[in-house]
Design a protein around this ligand. Sequence first.
Ligand SMILES: *[C@@H]1O[C@H](CO)[C@@H](O)[C@H](O)[C@H]1NC(C)=O
Ligand SMILES: *[C@@H]1O[C@H](CO)[C@@H](O)[C@H](O)[C@H]1NC(C)=O
Ligand SMILES: *[C@@H]1O[C@H](CO)[C@@H](O)[C@H](O)[C@H]1NC(C)=O
Ligand SMILES: *[C@@H]1O[C@H](CO)[C@@H](O)[C@H](O)[C@H]1NC(C)=O
Ligand SMILES: *[C@@H]1O[C@H](CO)[C@@H](O)[C@H](O)[C@H]1NC(C)=O
Ligand SMILES: *[C@@H]1O[C@H](CO)[C@@H](O)[C@H](O)[C@H]1NC(C)=O
Ligand SMILES: *[C@@H]1O[C@H](CO)[C@@H](O)[C@H](O)[C@H]1NC(C)=O
Ligand SMILES: *[C@@H]1O[C@H](CO)[C@@H](O)[C@H](O)[C@H]1NC(C)=O
Ligand SMILES: *[C@@H]1O[C@H](CO)[C@@H](O)[C@H](O)[C@H]1NC(C)=O
Ligand SMILES: *[C@@H]1O[C@H](CO)[C@@H](O)[C@H](O)[C@H]1NC(C)=O
Length: 745
Amino acid sequence: MLGAILLCLLPTVALGQGDVKWITIDGDSAAPSFSLASCNISYQFHVDPLTLDLIHDHWGAYAAETVPQFDGVTGGWGGPYTYSLREFPDSGRGDFRIPTIHIEHSTGDTVSAFAYTSYEVSAGKPALPGLPATFGADGDVSTLTIHMYDNYSSIAADLYYSIFPRYNSVARSFRITNNGSEEVKILRASSWSIDMPNEELDMIDLHGDWASEARVNRRKVVYGEQGFRSTAGYSSHFHNPFLALVSPTTTEFLGSATGYSLIYTGSFAATVERWSTGWVRVLLGLNPLHLSWPVAPGETFTSPEVVSVFSNDKGLNGMSQSLHALYKNHLSRSNHTFETRPPLLNSWEGLGFDFNQTSMVHLAQQAAELGCSLFVNDDGWFGTTYPRDNDTLGLGDWTPQPAKFPDGLGPYVEEVTDITVANTTSKMTFGLWVEPEMVDPKSNLYNEHPDWAMHARSHNRTLVRNQLVLNLGLPDVQDYVISTIEKVLDSADISYIKWDNNRGMHELPSPAANHAYMLGMYRVIDNLTQAHPEILWEGCASGGGRFDPGLLHYWPQSWTSDDTDGLERLFIQFGTSYAYPPSSMGCHVSVVPNGQTGRTTPLAFRSAVASMCGSFGLELDPSDLEQADLDAIPGMIALQQQINPIVINGNFYRLATPDESNWPAAMFAYPDASSAVLFAFQVRSSLKPLPPPLKLKGLDPDAKYTVGNGTVGTTWSGSTLMNKGLSLSWPTVDYQSIILQLQKQ
Ligand SMILES: *[C@@H]1O[C@H](CO)[C@@H](O)[C@H](O)[C@H]1NC(C)=O
Ligand SMILES: *[C@@H]1O[C@H](CO)[C@@H](O)[C@H](O)[C@H]1NC(C)=O
Ligand SMILES: *[C@@H]1O[C@H](CO)[C@@H](O)[C@H](O)[C@H]1NC(C)=O
Ligand SMILES: *[C@@H]1O[C@H](CO)[C@@H](O)[C@H](O)[C@H]1NC(C)=O
Ligand SMILES: *[C@@H]1O[C@H](CO)[C@@H](O)[C@H](O)[C@H]1NC(C)=O
Ligand SMILES: *[C@@H]1O[C@H](CO)[C@@H](O)[C@H](O)[C@H]1NC(C)=O
Ligand SMILES: *[C@@H]1O[C@H](CO)[C@@H](O)[C@H](O)[C@H]1NC(C)=O
Ligand SMILES: *[C@@H]1O[C@H](CO)[C@@H](O)[C@H](O)[C@H]1NC(C)=O
Ligand SMILES: *[C@@H]1O[C@H](CO)[C@@H](O)[C@H](O)[C@H]1NC(C)=O
Ligand SMILES: *[C@@H]1O[C@H](CO)[C@@H](O)[C@H](O)[C@H]1NC(C)=O
């Protein structure tokens, strides 16, 4: 929660439709002006009285009224639409920039002419059918709906704008209805489109790859198109569906920043286009390469949602905090979102595929002795005809492997859940790995239903990790996944599911198959999470390949990266935090030298890095550890559990990023400044220069805080800690970490 925020209530409009806060409508009823505003933000646009096109006026800090657009624009080669700031740019009438909506009509042309017809306002926010989206009660959010109609094509467009004043946020999506008599095809659909005036801007996005997710990419917005997209079928490691536009002078704590996130898990495109006028069009939505979506007469198409947050003078941290709070309170619907997560031990890096019931129960006992309260059986537990002893076979056949579990999952899980967690009276809980959207050609499922795998005509089905993607656009496949996972969940006492997805898409039967898949996948996940809200669901896609807001709607956490190297994780986790709350990250401690990078870092460092996340775990075989490390783990877990509530519920501050500092640091503080926790790191041992003082954030300047690591503590006032800062002493050793807890007296 953002905490004790005064909601400045701007004039409430009574529109004969109930009181709707934060939305005002002015001017001529045939061509009104619209404003969504809290005391911190304004989003303004109006209807052009001549063309009935929507003209964008402002998105940013609060402005009391609309200043008329500069009207001295001299035309040129472009039509009039090229020289206006548009809100919902269609194509074919002389706007030569990239359109937000591009429709192919049965005649073959792609000209559209959407004109304003009417509007509606309502308190609250309607759900988007079949799609994940933000939600909120009447007092949290208000929604403006703009109706547009294309007389030439008989196509209606309804534009939804919702304002969340507590989070400086506006959400947008739209719905297209084909009211004509012929099928049309949507070629492009950007959920968010905005034309900004000629301002200097930097664009920030998160790029990466497997085991190197969320690298921060900052560049100047120059003339022409700049952007990024996923054509992988999923949001992917390559680019995250998040974009920030900031002033060139914006830093972590100063300056303006606007963040945009697409609430979607499929292919997407983000495009920023600076035009001759210097104006900047910003588009975020579906990837045109994976769209061509047919809309039959009488049918509708709903775009996924984009949320945008604006930070006026609080820099990138302000932007991230708004996104974090919005996601926790109004996107994630899991009732585990605000809960302390159990420390877990995952079998993957320790045992791989080589286990049986005896060795798994033994591993669970070791986990309990170390203080873990959740034991996760990763890949390799299933497959009868095609026993999954390696990654070449078995995916799709979700039946326990008799050689490993002769009596099935039930009795095995009973053995695990009968183990007592060390020094407690609580029992171990059990979690299981699944990858239900995939199939191995070597499986009973593929033998029975080869047509269920993605394929295009007789093209070879391209294998990655020996597996193929099931086409979740097909209702039969959706029902199969729901019923097989239900069967697994019914067979044993399962508290946690890790839902993995280990490759991108291949050979789509049509470009539209990607969005059809997403709608089917959301149906499956919606069904299973509604039926089992008690289960802690964790998303995973070879690490952070689907760390996106779409899946965070259903699942409260996602595995951040397969790279568990402590140093790499600092970059990945800080990068991920630009768009996502640390509470949603899954982070584990593994053995050294690290399996991915070969790097050796101290256990305390790896543990401190992983403790910055909502879900902490061990991913190792304790038998591989030295006694000193084994002895240290219970204390590490105890500390992690002690600070987990503030990691989950506090506000997160990036104090110094690993991109810029040898001493990266971050902290969490409760909104009421009652307590905080500081994570500080030294990457390389360095004699000179000396580390800069760490100026803390989010404290009460007038209060005194005890600052300690559990062993030693001192007392300082908030003003000293925030304005003078802490000077931490570091030993001349690489990869050091300090965790300090601050408690208001
Ligand atoms: C569309 O058609 C309706 C009904 O004939 C008419 O009232 C309206 O003015 C037309 N809109 C435009 C933009 O031509
Ligand atoms: C809005 O602005 C006020 C006054 O500057 C500030 O106290 C408050 O925290 C801001 N609210 C949000 C949600 O940023
Ligand atoms: C759809 O078309 C019918 C007649 O063709 C018309 O009566 C109706 O108003 C149209 N719908 C919209 C949303 O304009
Ligand atoms: C289980 O695996 C362990 C270690 O590989 C082995 O020693 C043991 O014989 C196996 N037990 C069964 C029942 O297969
Ligand atoms: C349990 O208590 C013993 C004795 O105090 C201690 O040595 C051990 O580390 C504790 N284990 C855990 C997991 O807390
Ligand atoms: C994978 O496991 C299967 C079943 O145990 C076995 O037949 C096959 O040889 C293994 N393949 C590889 C590449 O290890
Ligand atoms: C397609 O698959 C067949 C059978 O596995 C193989 O012989 C052929 O070389 C493949 N073709 C291409 C273009 O990869
Ligand atoms: C889940 O799907 C099954 C089978 O399609 C259906 O019977 C059940 O009602 C659905 N449950 C939910 C919560 O959607
Ligand atoms: C989550 O909600 C479900 C159903 O609303 C309930 O059965 C379950 O106990 C809740 N879990 C927790 C941990 O609160
Ligand atoms: C706390 O700091 C003191 C002094 O630096 C150190 O001796 C002690 O080991 C630290 N304790 C923990 C739990 O890190």
